[in-house]
Design a binder for this molecule. Sequence first.
Ligand SMILES: [Zn+2]
Length: 316
Amino acid sequence: MKKSIIVSPEDCRNTDWVKKAADAGFDTLALHSGGRRHDLLEALAEFRTPEFRARCTGAGLSLEYEEHAAEAFLPSELRAAHPEYFACGEDGIRQSGERAGWCPSAPGMRERIAAGAEKLARALRPSSHNYYFWGADSKECICRCPECAKFSRADLNVLNANMIAEGVLRADPQARAALLAYTPGTFELPEKVVPHAALFLEFAPFHRHYDVPLTDPSDEVNSRFRADLLKLLTVFPAERVHVLEYWLDVSYFSSWRRPLRKIGCSPEVMRRDLEFYYSLGIRNFATFAVMMNETYSAQFGDEELYACGEALNELL
Ligand SMILES: [Zn+2]
């Protein structure tokens, strides 16, 4: 069981999120420092210390990190000497820049990613054994070079996560690693690649509609996500599924820029969604709440935050 709220280091510096997350009824505080390639250890500075972990534990919270880790696994500085390490887009061009992914077919990449995941797991140790080290934050994060194109995006997503699972297990024999589904193709079932036993599916219905529940039969987009989840549950049993939602994600509802806008998801929608997920046997939940800071609270209040915590605690 998990009731997690995900905020950024900046939010944590602005707001006492250890106290606020516990007050609102969450049992896990997770840090997320953004989608662009960056130095995770630098960004998370004071939030990866024993002191911060102890503060979380003292408040009854697990501490986790949900992060795009492409830069930690494959530093941008390798682009000049080894363009072949980087993912190809649909245009056949090796990616560069702040959202470049990696090519799992490149020589030595399996060990490179595993070694990077091991190193990162030693530096960012959650208190739960759940490791959420994701690839580049881009809908083109999955390589389409001729070698990779022999596999579906879903297969490559699993292949990438398998490499990460191998690495984090070296650092923590009890580790479980996330297989994030949130980009096109990654909601399909893998056909050629078997998910590592340490993987759990992290289902993130990015771009679903929030004005109606996921169960609304008249909403085509939500119905597609619902069907995808039911399909994925045939491969990943409910106990191996985490839901990653955007219910409280001020950054999402503000299109990742200021001024901040009010959350576009009502407590009723959150509740109906939760009941649906729960009815499928899913017990692990996280919601982004990035940019839910003092400025937001002063302007829009905390109704949705507390309603979300309350709904989670009624079920779990
Ligand atoms: Zn490739």
